[in-house]
Design a protein around this ligand. Structure first.
Ligand SMILES: CC(C)(COP(=O)(O)OP(=O)(O)OC[C@H]1O[C@@H](n2cnc3c(N)ncnc32)[C@H](O)[C@@H]1OP(=O)(O)O)[C@@H](O)C(=O)NCCC(=O)NCCS
Length: 189
């Protein structure tokens, strides 16, 4: 039986297992992120986390964060053997329900191109723009724009929120290597 429930204290190990097992099967993931630790799971900085359980076994999770007038899906993952059984949709529906209950009218997700965009499209999301995770070795030129036009991700990796910003950064004359291109998708609630 499938059950979606809120993450509570004591779920840290379960969270780590589902997150790391779920994402590590994705080819793109190791270039973008790294496994989560128990310490990180004990200090989650999300507004809500829900776990999906099948017969008591945790198999998926969703993390939501509030950015003013919209909720952002920070992470959504289902362990590979449990995919295509409607669990991702159930987690998403829970997130939609929760967002509505908080008076939020829009929910946003970022997904690597060629990845889960079909899933989001099927669930009523539309593409609004592309965003990029890039590598920039020389930090000198871009320092003034950190947290304005681009966001630090660690080890020379930066998150660039739109094609417009990408164009701007290129004009600064720095060498950029694109690690991953993301689709930014939104659903009106
Ligand atoms: C995206 C993800 C959460 C979907 O979970 P899921 O439980 O498999 O999704 P559902 O079973 O609810 O899928 C609903 C519909 O979405 C579409 N869909 C889901 N996965 C798809 C895929 N890999 N390719 C094409 N369509 C897909 C299908 O139309 C599916 O319906 P169907 O199975 O009847 O055809 C899961 O694939 C996953 O964990 N991916 C890796 C992590 C990730 O990319 N997360 C999103 C960005 S953070």
């Amino acid at each position: 039986m499938l059950r979606i429930r809120r993450f509570v204290e004591g779920d840290e190990e379960t969270y780590v297992k589902v997150y790391n097992e779920g994402f590590s099967s994705e080819e793109w993931w190791s270039t973008v992120d790294k496994p989560v630790t128990i310490t990180e799971a004990s200090n989650l900085d999300y507004d809500a986390t829900f776990l999906a359980e099948v017969d008591g076994q945790a198999v998926g999770l969703i993390d939501l964060k509030n950015y003013g007038d919209e909720f952002h899906i920070e992470n959504l993952v289902v362990i590979q053997d449990f995919r295509r059984k409607g669990i991702g949709t159930k987690l998403l529906n829970k997130a939609v329900h929760y967002s509505k209950s908080k008076g939020i009218k829009r929910i946003r997700a970022e997904t690597p191109v060629q990845n889960a965009s079909k899933f989001f499209k099927k669930n009523g999301f539309r593409l609004i723009k592309y965003a990029f995770l890039v590598e920039i070795q020389d930090r000198t030129y871009i320092e003034p724009y950190l947290n304005k036009r681009l966001y630090f991700e660690g080890d020379h990796k930066y998150w660039i929120p739109s094609e417009k910003e990408m164009h701007f950064i290129r004009k600064l004359g720095v060498t950029i290597k694109t690690i991953t291109k993301f689709k930014v998708m939104v659903k009106q609630l």
